[in-house]
Structure formats: structure tokens, C-alpha cells
Write a protein that binds this ligand. Structure first.
Ligand code: CU
Length: 412
């Protein structure tokens, strides 16, 4: 677990559903429409840090560097990708509507790049399209973006070069509204949806591929995605953005949500429709909200079948060399190999390898259900929530346990 996330939860625990003091998110506490206090809580982006800033003459100044990054998407699977400030996806940027912001940007990549502010209404020379509004930023070059944020909602930043985008150059940019949304939420989460083609014995994704064998949420594949933790009765927002080659129909189990925002901002309440699946198309953002009435470990996942696997391992199929390995086929019928098409699905657990406080109390073997673009919304009773917060205080930092052994096939 990164220091950043530990700090966040330490503060979140002490502040309850209040503000994340370190980011100076908007502190509106005036009356909402229905008499309940309207407020804005800071977004949580599991497995991703936030980008700090300093105030310089009334301008929020951020420093952002594009660079090569190593990212372990599940234990034992490390990718060489391109990101920002040591992480892929890049760190989450938070700001308030009306802020004047400055981004001091440095290019540590081996080729030209730029940053485009997806969906922002900014002057063309700040829009980040190399050649059109500005010169491409050369390797070791710098560029300073500065503009005023007039909008609010879920946005993102990315390189404006398709192959760089497919190497991971994207980050979330959340702008909190001047007037808090109604109804208020108690939890606000952000997820970045990506897909990768990684050839065997290779750590560099093939950015030209047209189909994909690894799918990630915030740079992690199931079951390595850190669950989103919620107390029963809380209202939840989840912001999802997609900048890849595929569309992702994101499905939530056990709950009904409403789409309350797009990449263009807030949707008027009169237009909200009940859904449990929302298509997050390429270049789109979708905010969904729901009241977490039911306790449970509810799966949130892309419902494209091929996006529900790691390295296409479920679809072992007749083309897989694994058919030759009997020990992978435990749990199948004695005559399974005589059946045309066998095998089609496999059960693999790796509970120990992804052990962390946020996974405390999950049913043994839970990781067998989690692959690809899958994560959990855990709606917890207050006692369980508090227990997990306790565990987090003493948990070892992520990465301090050494590399996890890769034996994800369950032979029991
Ligand atoms: Cu998908």
C-alpha cells in the first residue's frame, strides 16, 4: 500500500465522511435542497496517488512529468508502461470550479509529447494538441499550461498521441462544483478503465494490438484491485473514464444506480434512469450514484466476457496447451477430456497473494471469482468497516512484503 493511500485513509478515518484536509477540497456545508447539508467529499482513486499542488500568487500550481513506469497489475505480472510522476495511470488531479490552475510539465519520455485536457473549455493554445495549438514538447523539454477552470465534473488528462495513450498516458481530473451536487454523496470514487495486449514473456504492451489479454482498473487487474469500502446506508458515487480501444459495459451487482454525470458534466436529475450496467465508451466518462442499502461484497465489472479474464485464462479452450496438464483440471468430470470444447473455464484462487486490510472478511476463495476488469464495492456493517480501518493502521506498506510467489492455480 502506498504511503499516499495510507495517509488518505488515516485522515479519512479521523474525519469520517468529511474533507480530505490535505487536498483542500471544497468545504461547502450550507443547506441542500431537502434540508440536508449539501457537501462535497473528495474523490478516492483506489491504487492511485493524488497530485499535490502549492498555491503561488493565488494560482494552484501542479508539477507533472511524463515518464516510463513499471506497474505490477497483479502479483507477478509487471508491465513496462508510460505514465506520469512514477505512476500509471497518472496521479489524480483535484481542483475546484473557478480555480486558476498552472501545470508545469516536463517530458521525460524518449519522444515528443504534450498533455491534452480532455473536455476542458480552455484557450486553444492550452488544449495540448501538438502542431495545432502548440509545438510538440521535445524530450527533456518543458511547457507550462495555465487556465481557469469554469466547469465541474469528471475529466481526464492524456497525451494527444494515440500510441502514447495506449502505453498508459492518462490520468483523472476531478473538478468539484461551486454549488454542491444534490443529493450529497458520502463516498466518491474514481476508476480509469484500460486494456493491454502483452505477448508471452514480454513486459512491454503491444500498443498496436486490436485485441487484449489484460484489462485494468486504475492500473490493477482483478483480484489485485483494491475494493471500494462503503458503510451500509451511505450514498456512493463512482466516476469511470475510458481512454482505450474498447468500450466497457460496467455492471454492478446487487444494486441499482443512476447515471448522474458524463464527460460533459452533471446530468439534470429529470434525465436520470435506473440502470445496473452503463456503457463507458471510448473517450467518455460516466458518473453513477446509488444508495448502498444492502451489505455485501458487490462486484463491479466490465461485462464483455473477454474482459473478465486475465491473459484469457478462463477460455482455456481446445487451443490451450494447459489441456495437457492434468493438474490444472481439478474439479472437472472424469471424462472431461472426451467432451468437445473442454475446457472452457477454470477456477484459480490467489487469496494470499493479494491479502490486504481492504480484503479482510471476504469469503475464502473469493479471488477465484475476480479477474480482468473487476473490482468490488464492499458495503459493510459499521463494525466491519471499523475493523478494517484498525487493520490498516498496522498493515505493512505495499511492496514491503517482497515479490509474491505466482502460483494462482488452486489444487485443493
Ligand atoms: Cu470491457
Amino acid at each position: 500500500m502506498s504511503r499516499n493511500r495510507r495517509d488518505f485513509f488515516a485522515r479519512a478515518a479521523s474525519l469520517g465522511a468529511g474533507l480530505f484536509a490535505g487536498t483542500k477540497a471544497r468545504a461547502d456545508q450550507h443547506e441542500g435542497h431537502a434540508g440536508q447539508p449539501a457537501r462535497t467529499v473528495p474523490v478516492e482513486t483506489p491504487d492511485l496517488p493524488k497530485l499535490p499542488y502549492k498555491l503561488v500568487d493565488g494560482v494552484k500550481e501542479f508539477h507533472l512529468a511524463a515518464e516510463v513506469v513499471r506497474r505490477e497489475i497483479v502479483p507477478g505480472k509487471v508491465l513496462d508502461v508510460w505514465g506520469y510522476n512514477g505512476t500509471m495511470p497518472g496521479p489524480t488531479i483535484e481542483a475546484n470550479q473557478g480555480d486558476r490552475v498552472r501545470f508545469v510539465f516536463e517530458n521525460r519520455l524518449p519522444e515528443r509529447t504534450s498533455i491534452h485536457w480532455h473536455g476542458l473549455e480552455v484557450p486553444m493554445e492550452m488544449d495540448g494538441v501538438p502542431g495545432l495549438g502548440m509545438d510538440p514538447i521535445p524530450p527533456a523539454g518543458k511547457f507550462t499550461y495555465e487556465f481557469t477552470l469554469t466547469q465541474h465534473g469528471t475529466f481526464f488528462y492524456h497525451a494527444h498521441a494515440p500510441m502514447q495513450e495506449m502505453m498508459g498516458q492518462i490520468g483523472l481530473l476531478v473538478i468539484y462544483p461551486k454549488t454542491p451536487y444534490h443529493p450529497a454523496v458520502d463516498r466518491d470514487f474514481g476508476l480509469i478503465l484500460q486494456e493491454w495486449m502483452v505477448l508471452p514473456n514480454n513486459s512491454v504492451p503491444n500498443s498496436m494490438a486490436m485485441d487484449y489479454n489484460w484489462l485494468t482498473l486504475n492500473g490493477k487487474s482483478g483480484p489485485a484491485c483494491t475494493p471500494m469500502l462503503v458503510k451500509q446506508g451511505e450514498r456512493v458515487r463512482i466516476r469511470m473514464v475510458n481512454l482505450g480501444m474498447d468500450h466497457h459495459p460496467m455492471h454492478l451487482h446487487g444494486n441499482t444506480f443512476y447515471v448522474t454525470g458524463t464527460e460533459g458534466g452533471r446530468v439534470p436529475e429529470a434525465c436520470w434512469t435506473p440502470q445496473n450496467t452503463v456503457l463507458v465508451g471510448v473517450a467518455q466518462a460516466r458518473d453513477v450514484e446509488f444508495d448502498a442499502r444492502y451489505t455485501g461484497d458487490w462486484m463491479l465489472h466490465c461485462h464483455l466476457p473477454h474482459h473478465m479474464m486475465n491473459e484469457m485464462m478462463s477460455a482455456a479452450g481446445p487451443i490451450s496447451p494447459l489441456v495437457a496438464n492434468d493438474h490444472h483440471l481439478h474439479g472437472s468430470a472424469p471424462d472431461a477430456k472426451q467432451v468437445p470444447g473442454f475446457p472452457q473455464d477454470m477456477w484459480m484462487t490467489m487469496d494470499e497473494q493479494v491479502d490486504k486490510p481492504e480484503n479482510h472478511g471476504l469469503r475464502p476463495g473469493w479471488t477465484g471469482a475476480m479477474m480482468g476488469m473487476m473490482t468490488l464495492v464492499r458495503v459493510l456493517k459499521p463494525e466491519m468497516y471499523d475493523r478494517i480501518m484498525e487493520l490498516k493502521k498496522t498493515a505493512p506498506k505495499e511492496g514491503s512484503r517482497g515479490p509474491a510467489p505466482m502460483h494462482k492455480h488452486d489444487h485443493k
